[in-house]
Design a protein around this ligand. Structure first.
Ligand code: ADP
Ligand code: MG
Length: 933
């Protein structure tokens, strides 16, 4: 039983107040067919909407089965509409994009009924209306009568107690009107039907009761229902429970809804995805470029570490001086006379002052502290300490001839002139410059790896192993070929792979300017790997004589062969060449050995007899038995006489020649060698020219006898000069260093590797900080080659990065706006649907849910679509990049996490953009929403 008590409702529009209902009171039976008649504007629809809970009354009360609705919450009204009321409208209000079956199902969906049950009941309801064969038609494919029957089926599918129909026949012809009226009459048998109409005949014929309205008041009632209020229980408030709809229902509702308009959804999603595609593409590009830049940085840094030499040439200050003193276009004086220009002298001055000694021992102490600031910037390749390990390497040529691989034996050869006999280490231009002006050695230590690896990944990644294995032991080396699998012929000769006799011949012909043709050679990898090298550290050359003095035997071929028997044998374990797109190609030697060999050589030197002997007698020079620092000239003379008497015949002759020419200064150029070797005095050539007149007339024996005689009555001056020339053999330290002793605390150079320019700058800054704390004499200078080369490139890279970031930001904003607009339009479009949903019991929250679910789905699809399309687009884009840049190093690729984030972002953006319209939609007055066409 429904009691309508003193209901008033007025609308205020502008200044005009319209009393739509004015104190309307009547009761409705549980089962009757009531027709409400009245002119247009008399308040019929308003009354019906209030009874149906779509609209709220201003005053009065509606009592439903003794329950007052005064305290009804929105949720109670929603539930009431959903469970108790069925609405039929004049304009059918079917949702056009859903099949009639889905339209009918909708009411059940909101009630939270299972899918199969929904389907069954919707079908039954439609079959009852005689529409069983039209289930999958769209509303616009049906006639008006049919559509109204669908609306009635929808109203009845929930089996409501009350059916409210607002001019259900208003848009129908008389014949179909009769059909609909019949239907309603049938329905009214077991429930209350309230029908608004302005057709009195139809009302008269079918309704069981007619209420006439005029200007919001009841004019007449043909069958009033009087209730004895006193016998009824007093009205009380009861909670109705909620019209429930789970999130999954909302999602599936939206999904189904979207499924029925696939094309539209796809287009919407695509439009939304354009922004995502933009972002994804730029991300991919910047990702590719960044990876490329990182790679380049890393590669550059692995080829060009910060190298600090024991002796360094401050190239940057030299270059600065060069620039300053370079031919200036603008003179800073009038052109009115003759001026001096000292730029060349400035340059010379800065060239000498630019050479700096670095105390690497102190610096290494700093580096060895693991907490040092510098360590956070050190890259994958770590810090590499190089040591000046002096050694010679020998090999037998195919004809069994023993040759020193430094090429020093081919004296007439201009190729070997630069390296032959030149002491290694110290300051050498070859190791200072980027390129390879002078090949310092054919043997080169391969960049050691970190964590105990013999070889750095920078080497193994950039060099291709053509044959065999990478060295695993100290006595294994690799042969390094160039990109074309070639080795220079001169190197092949000097390594003893080609016969040395032939080389001598060739060199001779070259020097004589004769015609020669060079034939090409080819070896199997295996054959060429059979070459064995014998390595002798400097200390091995010192052989102990019977008198306890150590003799330097480097020039003695016979003892050399004996020495080689005990030497370290090097095997070629593999053959490598640079990869085609290698970035690290810093190996300039032909034979690469590992740090293990360096360590082995250092150890062998430290344990050699000569070093042990020198260590045992630090006062005495073990190479000649003289003390390092004689106190007086007398001792010096004594020692000189002792020394000269002990010489062999030819050496004596040489000294005699020197004395006879009375110009020991002539031999100054040999002094270094004399110091090193002690007893060895070149007996031919160099001294020959000066003393030619005498020596040619005398044989060695005569000259030696002359020296012996001279020593009995020597001239002190001359002897002291001879002492300075031959005997004064430096110091203990000089000796140790000529034996090749290397202290692990005193590297000859330190290479610090960074992985990026930024880290490299960090390392430079750390070194500067170190210099601030270190004493003046311990300060470190070095040349920052990469800094010199790369400073402009770094700026370019930064600019590119910023531009890309700006692009991403812009496309993000554009994309959000786009998605927002699209969602907004989509919501606006469905205003009518919202009204319908509210009429059949959807709560505001349900509406928000449905729309949020929809935008969420659209957002997901646009995200997936965007990422998917991007991935597809990247294929042609990458081939274009590769073609344009002519490199495969730049690869635009969307990182998986970025892809994921973009999809989530798209969902979030769409959801956010749809939130406001969805809220707005939910807040719409259902009455107004329904009135909108
Ligand atoms: P009927 O259905 O009998 O034609 P209505 O119930 O629709 O009449 O309208 C009753 C009166 O209330 C009319 O004068 C109408 O103009 C007015 N009215 C209805 N709805 C609104 C509204 N939302 N705002 C202002 N006036 C309204
Ligand atoms: Mg009306």
């Amino acid at each position: 039983m429904l009691q309508i008590k003193n209901i008033c409702k007025k609308y205020v529009t502008g200044g005009l107040t319209q009393q739509a209902l004015n104190d309307v009171t009547f009761n409705l039976r549980d089962s009757e067919f009531v027709a409400i008649l009245g002119q247009s504007g008399s308040g019929k629809t308003t009354l019906l909407n209030i009874i149906g809970g779509l609209d709220r009354y201003d005053s009065g009360d509606i009592v439903i089965n003794s329950v007052s609705t005064k305290k009804y919450s929105n949720r109670d009204w929603d539930s009431y509409r959903n469970h108790t009321i069925g609405f039929v409208f004049q304009s059918y209000n079917l949702i056009p994009h859903q099949s009639i079956l889905a339209n009918v199902e909708l009411a059940l969906t909101i009630s939270g009924i299972s899918k199969s049950e929904r389907r069954k009941r919707a079908k039954e309801a439609l079959e009852k209306m005689g529409l069983g064969s039209h289930l999958h038609k769209r509303p616009n494919q049906m006639s008006g009568g049919q559509m109204q029957r669908v609306a009635i089926a929808r109203a009845l599918v929930n089996d409501p107690d009350i059916l409210l129909a607002d001019e259900p026949t208003g848009a129908l012809d008389s014949e179909t009107s009769v059909q609909v009226m019949e239907l309603l009459k049938e329905v009214a048998k077991d429930r209350l039907v309230v029908m608004v109409t302005h057709n009195p005949e139809l009302a008269e014929e079918y309704a069981s009761r007619i209420i006439k309205l005029h200007d919001g008041r009841i004019l007449s009632d043909t069958n009033p229902y009087e209730v004895d209020e006193t016998r009824l229980a007093p009205p009380e408030h009861k909670n109705m429970g909620k019209a429930s709809m789970s999130i999954s229902t909302a999602l599936s509702l939206s999904f189904n809804n979207l499924k029925t308009k696939k094309g539209r959804t796809l287009l919407t999603s695509f439009a939304g995805s354009i922004g995502i595609i933009g972002i994804a593409l730029i991300l991919s590009l910047s990702n590719g470029i960044n990876a490329y830049i990182d790679d380049i940085q890393k590669d550059t840094m692995s080829s060009y570490p910060i190298a600090i030499e024991a002796q360094s040439l401050d190239l940057s200050s030299l270059l600065a001086a060069g620039r300053q003193s370079g031919i200036s276009d603008d003179a800073d004086h009038e052109l009115d006379g003759v001026y001096s220009n000292s730029s060349d002298m400035e340059l010379a001055k800065s060239a000498t002052t630019s050479i700096k000694e670095n105390n690497l021992t102190e610096f290494k102490k700093y580096l060895d502290i693991q907490d040092s600031e510098i360590h956070q910037y050190v890259g994958e390749n770590g810090i590499i300490y190089s040591y000046d390990v002096k050694f010679d390497t020998f090999a037998y040529d195919p004809e069994g001839e023993l040759i020193n691989t430094d090429g020093s034996e081919f004296t007439s050869g201009n190729t070997s002139a630069m390296t032959g006999g030149m002491p290694m280490g110290g300051f050498s231009l070859g190791s200072m410059t980027m390129g390879n002006l002078t090949s310092t050695s054919k043997f080169e230590e391969l960049l050691p790896g970190t964590q105990g690896n013999l070889i750095s990944a920078a080497v193994t990644d950039n060099y291709e192993l053509l044959y065999g294995n990478w060295p695993k032991a100290y006595n294994e080396v690799v042969l390094v070929l160039d990109e074309n699998n070639e080795i220079s012929t001169s190197v092949l000769y000097e390594l003893g792979i080609l016969p040395s006799a032939e080389y001598k011949e060739v060199l001779e012909k070259i020097s004589k300017g004769e015609e020669i043709s060079f034939e090409g050679h080819k070896w199997n990898y295996e054959d060429i790997s059979n070459q064995t090298f014998y390595i002798l550290p400097e200390s091995d050359y010192y052989m102990e004589l019977e008198n306890g003095v150590f003799d330097y035997t480097a020039e003695d071929r016979d003892s050399l062969k004996t020495l080689l028997k005990d030497s370290i044998e090097l095997k070629v374990s593999g053959i490598i060449k640079p990869e085609e797109d290698a970035s690290y190609t810093a190996i300039s030697g032909n034979i690469g050995y590992t740090k293990a060999l360096t360590d082995a050589l250092i150890e062998r030197t430290n344990n050699s007899p000569v070093v042990k002997a020198q260590e045992a007698t630090p006062e005495i020079n073990v190479t000649n038995g003289m003390s390092f620092s004689p106190k007086t000239d007398e001792v010096k003379i004594e020692e000189t006489i002792k020394y000269l008497s002990g010489l062999n015949l030819s050496d004596k002759a040489a000294v005699a020649t020197t004395i006879l020419t009375s110009s020991p200064e002539n031999n100054q150029n040999n002094s270094k060698e004399a110091q090193n070797t002690g007893a060895d005095i070149p007996s031919q050539g160099q001294t020959g020219s000066a003393g030619a007149g005498i020596s040619s007339e005398m044989n060695e024996e005569g000259l030696a006898a002359m020296l012996d005689a001279y020593l009995l009555e020597p001239d002190k001056e001359t002897l002291l000069k001879l002492y300075d020339t031959y005997i004064q053999a430096g110091s203990y330290d000089d000796n140790m260093s000529s034996f090749g002793v290397v202290s692990l605390d005193a590297p000859s150079s330190i290479s610090i590797y960074a992985d990026s320019f930024e880290d490299k700058d960090g390392i430079s800054a750390s070194i500067e900080d170190y210099n601030k704390t270190a004493g003046k004499e311990n300060q470190i200078t070095y040349t920052d080659f990469v800094g010199l080369l790369m400073s402009s490139i770094t700026t370019i890279i930064n600019v590119i990065s910023y531009v890309l970031i700006a692009f991403v930001a812009v496309s993000l904003i554009v994309s959000s706006i786009m998605i927002g607009i699209i969602t907004f339009i989509s919501v606006l479009e469905r205003t009518k649907e919202i009204g319908v949903l509210r009429a059949i019991g959807a709560s505001k929250r349900n509406i928000t849910q449905v729309f949020n679910a929809e935008t969420f789905i659209v957002g997901s699809i646009s995200g997936l679509l965007g990422v998917g399309i991007t991935c597809l687009l990247l294929l042609p884009i990458n081939s274009v990049i590769h073609a344009v840049l002519d490199t495969t190093a730049v690869n635009a690729a969307l990182p998986v996490t970025s892809g994921f984030v973009l999809i989530v972002l798209s969902m979030a953006l769409t959801l956010f953009a749809g939130l406001i319209p969805a809220k707005k939609a939910a807040g719409k007055d259902p009455v107004i929403a329904l009135r909108s066409e």
